[in-house]
Design a protein around this ligand. Structure first.
Ligand code: PBG
Length: 323
């Protein structure tokens, strides 16, 4: 007890602070999300997400080289097709936007690890993550399409698939189809505990996937539920998920921490669009120090238990970390 114990002794300068630091961040922890559109030479800034772009494949390839040279190991790709329809056929077309993007990026930067978001919402005209009938989002027909989509990504050369739809049984369906089609080594990172969140607002502009009716509460989780997340994660691991994700990150640090405690698989956290936009907006007003806020946010997500962080701040963070 004071005056014998003085916690400040080990905070007195930067060297000792470095030595006793419990959580460290590295570019190795980061995954950068990219939005791919049709066309050539397109690089259109997303108005609600400054410094993030919708890019055509040629521009995405340039960006991928940059990302790789900053020491970021992986990207996650979202495709925005020109044509949308009720079944989201663009999601599993062999020559779809994302399939061509995967091939081009892997060709130009083979060491960059390419993860793909597996979902229908960017490809359906109604903007829901599944097949719709009479205003209902149908589970079982949807998971068949997701499995086809995952296989088409594998064929195009993706390194990992990440289903984000929150349909029941989709990890089983995807695992079986990947195995049947000759991709038994393709890992699955499931968006296991994904909440129905207002923090996805800016992403829906970025990926042009706002639901045309209703919302996603019949498949994404209720933000009020904590124990239910453990059930979702356990199911996905049983079904064969190699990595499980919690999403969003900041309002769900307790969930990240619980998953880290209760399961022995790598945990990913998605620092989503709305979390990014809040920081950008406040920083642009001069109300917060952006660099410090970004490092504090990412460190807190890691401290809560995440092994990897999907974040739109990845490039800035890698630069700040000296990448
Ligand atoms: C698609 C998907 C969404 C996000 C990732 N994949 C949107 C949603 O579920 O509505 C959100 C990512 C972000 O906000 O950054 N299902």
């Amino acid at each position: 007890m004071f005056p014998i114990v003085r916690p400040r002794r080990i905070r007195s300068n930067n060297v000792i602070r470095r030595m006793v630091r419990e959580t460290t961040l590295s570019p190795d922890d980061l995954v950068y999300p990219m939005f791919i559109v049709e066309g050539k030479g397109v690089r259109k800034e997303i108005s609600s997400m400054p410094t993030c772009f919708q890019e055509s494949i040629d521009k995405a390839v340039e960006n991928a080289k940059d990302i790789h040279s900053l020491g970021i190991p992986a990207v996650i790709l979202f495709g925005i097709p020109e044509h949308k329809d009720a079944e989201g056929t663009g999601a599993y077309a062999d020559d779809g936007i994302i399939q061509r993007a995967i091939a081009a990026i892997k060709d130009a930067v083979p060491e960059l690890y390419v993860i793909t978001d597996v979902c229908l919402c960017e490809y359906t005209d109604h903007g829901h993550c599944g097949v719709v009938s009479e205003g209902e989002i149908l589970n079982d027909p949807t998971i068949q399409l997701l499995a086809r989509e995952a296989v088409s990504h594998a064929k195009a050369g993706a390194d990992m698939v990440a289903p984000s739809d929150m349909m029941d049984g989709r990890v089983t369906a995807i695992r079986e189809e990947l195995d049947n089609e000759g991709y038994p080594d393709m890992p699955i990172m499931s968006y296991a505990a994904k909440y129905a969140s207002a923090f996805y607002g800016p992403f829906r502009e970025a990926a042009d996937c706002t639901p045309q009716f209703g919302d996603r509460r019949a498949y994404q989780m209720d933000p009020a539920n904590r124990r239910e997340a453990m059930k979702e994660v356990a199911l996905d691991i049983e079904e064969g998920a190699d990595i499980v994700m919690v999403k969003p990150a900041l309002s769900y640090l307790d969930i990240i921490s619980d998953v880290r405690e209760q399961f022995d698989v790598p945990v990913a956290a998605y620092n989503v669009s709305g979390e990014f936009s809040l920081v950008k907006a406040a920083a642009s007003m001069g109300w917060v120090d952006e660099d410090r806020i970004v490092m504090e946010i990412l460190t807190s997500i890691k401290r809560a238990g995440a092994d990897m962080i999907l974040t739109y701040h990845a490039k800035d963070a890698a630069r700040l970390l000296g990448g």
